[in-house]
Design a protein around this ligand. Structure first.
Ligand code: GLC
Length: 558
């Protein structure tokens, strides 16, 4: 067992983390990155490398999987409700899930363009009758894995068109690059016309623009390109421009002292006030992943070149910052516990002036001897010790986490199985905030009471992220166990959006039924376990040139 140990005790001028020097994103610039059909193979080859587990212990334990021999960019065994050709006899829940997913498809002028958030007719719809960008990601992956890329391509193009809309909240105009949170197809039966209505945050509860939408869009564009080998979509000038606009929003210079992205509360999957404003891990990990995907997809023409340089610099700084200051393991926790405060100047050990008294009680028990995770948030005098599922899984998939850190995250999940998986995978965050904290942090939000919804609720959609992360680190058996737990109830319960309770035993108080991403998340998890080569679509290997030298904790054996 090996864990990256990061030393916060040195100042900036003396390099505090060994891997900084060797983490060389600029090497990426050396690679020709023009996209054309002839080069399709090389893109696939890159994905093969991306998908292979590298941790020696995986191979040693006989967990190594040979991704290289199973990948084919063309159609694989396809599953469709009428003519099932799936390799193995599919689980009945799997069959039902595919049938349900097909029912959620949304059409615009005869073309499939996305999937509706929930097909639940029993409740007030709110905006669950819309196509959400983030919700469509697992649907898109399921379709890609099943050799049905058309809906994904249409979705990418449709949302790209929406990006160019003028977006206003009251009298304030949003940035050009903002992608919508969701859109809806409106049918006019009288005139027999169809139009699209999009929400960039101006109708959303809390009026927050979705920072994650643009990142997911780029990630999806790469997944499409990787899966189909069709580079022409990403090469389109419109797509190149769309990417540039998204990146311009988050690479712009300002007053920032950190390479992380400053965010408002509610700007991601957790789309209401939950105390994640600042530098939430969910966004930082997605930001890192989107930057890496953009690096593969951007043409290095006159406009692209300068942007690529900026991306490389930002990736370099971001990975250093995240791996240094967001990483928590037993040693790091102990160091923080002993921090001095009020240190001035660049020699400060406790750079962000975190008060040891702000350490929550639960974290001392939660932290296993072996294991670790990326903190929820780090900023001035602020460390959010909560564990967030999406951010940690994306950190693994994007290789923001070093191989050792990825292993440690998995060790933590195994050690804290009851807390994080329990009776329904997976907790969106852990633990819940209660009482006075809940009042202050959520603004008394009745939907986010303790162990419910975003406040420690269990979200089946996260199963696909957990599965992908498990496969990447060569520990698919963890995912298999989680899927078995989910399979016991998901279909029977009508595919709820989320579950409540400390171990996720109860269908969520206000959970929608037939929530599409619960269905698609399960499908993607199943298909990825069956054919791990699918992982290449959504996973990025650590660049060999960027291999960090990691200081290891001397107290642990390796
Ligand atoms: C809720 C979730 C959000 C999701 C939306 C549609 O608002 O918090 O993450 O995108 O529902 O399912």
């Amino acid at each position: 067992m090996s864990v990256a140990s990061v030393d916060l005790t040195q100042n900036d001028s003396v390099k505090s983390v060994d891997f900084d020097d060797s983490f060389d994103f600029s090497k990426l610039l050396d690679k020709p990155r023009h996209l054309n059909m002839e080069r399709q193979r090389s893109l696939d080859e890159r994905s093969l490398v991306d998908a292979s587990p590298r941790h020696p212990s995986s191979a040693e334990n006989g967990r190594h999987m040979d991704f290289e021999n199973v990948f084919s960019p063309s159609k694989r065994s396809s599953f469709n409700s009428s003519s099932a050709q799936y390799a193995l006899e599919p689980h009945p829940v799997f069959v039902e899930a595919w049938e349900s997913l097909r029912k959620t498809m949304v059409y615009f002028r005869g073309q499939p363009v996305g999937t509706i958030a929930a097909l639940d007719n029993s409740d007030e719809k709110l905006n669950y009758d819309q196509v959400f960008v983030r919700d469509f990601v697992p649907s898109a992956l399921a379709f890609l894995m099943n050799g049905e890329p058309e809906i994904v391509k249409n979705f990418i193009l449709k949302t790209l068109r929406l990006q160019s809309w003028e977006k206003k909240i009251d009298r304030f105009q949003l940035g050009e690059g903002v992608m919508p949170a969701s859109f809806k197809v409106l049918h006019d039966p009288v005139r027999n016309t169809e139009t699209i209505m999009a929400d960039f945050g101006e109708s959303a509860i809390g009026r927050v623009a979705p920072v994650d939408s643009g990142f997911w869009w780029i990630v999806l564009l790469r997944a499409y390109t990787k899966s189909t080998g069709d580079t022409s979509l990403a090469e389109m000038p419109e797509c190149q421009k769309g990417m540039r606009l998204i990146l311009a929003l988050c690479l712009s210079e300002g007053f920032d002292t950190f390479p992380t992205l400053l965010c408002a509360d509610g700007c991601s999957m957790i789309d209401r006030r939950m105390g994640v404003y600042g530098y939430p891990i969910e966004i930082q990990a997605l930001f890192f992943m989107a930057l890496r995907c953009a690096l593969v997809l951007l043409k290095q023409d006159a406009q692209g070149k300068e942007l690529v340089d900026r991306i490389v610099k930002r990736l370099h700084a971001l990975s250093f910052h995240m791996r240094s200051y967001f990483w928590l393991d037993l040693k790091q926790l102990n160091d923080i516990y002993r921090f001095k405060t009020e240190e001035y100047s660049h020699t400060a050990v406790n750079k962000f002036n975190v008060m040891p008294d702000s350490l929550p009680e639960w974290v001392f028990d939660f932290m296993p001897t072996y294991g670790g995770y990326f903190l929820g948030n780090v900023g001035p005098s602020n460390m959010d010790f909560r564990w967030f599922c999406l951010g940690n899984c994306i950190a693994i998939l994007s290789s923001l986490a070093t191989p050792e850190q990825s292993m440690a995250i998995m060790d933590l999940i195994e050690s804290r199985w009851e807390e994080l998986v329990g009776d329904m995978p997976v907790k969106v965050c852990y633990p819940a905030i209660e009482s006075h904290d809940w009042r202050i942090i959520t603004g008394c939000d009745p939907k986010n009471t303790r162990w419910s919804y975003h406040n420690g609720g269990s979200w089946p959609v996260l199963l696909w992220l957990l599965t992908a992360a498990c496969i990447k680190v060569g520990r698919p058996q963890i995912a298999r166990r989680a899927i078995e737990v989910a399979e016991l109830r998901l279909a029977k319960d009508g595919w709820p959006e989320y579950y409540d309770g400390k171990s996720g035993r109860y269908i969520g108080k206000q959970a929608r039924k037939h929530q599409t991403w619960s269905i698609a998340g399960y499908l993607v998890a199943k298909m990825m376990l069956e054919d791990p080569s699918h992982l290449g679509m959504i996973s990025l290997e650590e660049d060999k040139q960027m291999k960090p030298t990691i200081k290891r904790s001397s107290s642990w054996s390796f």
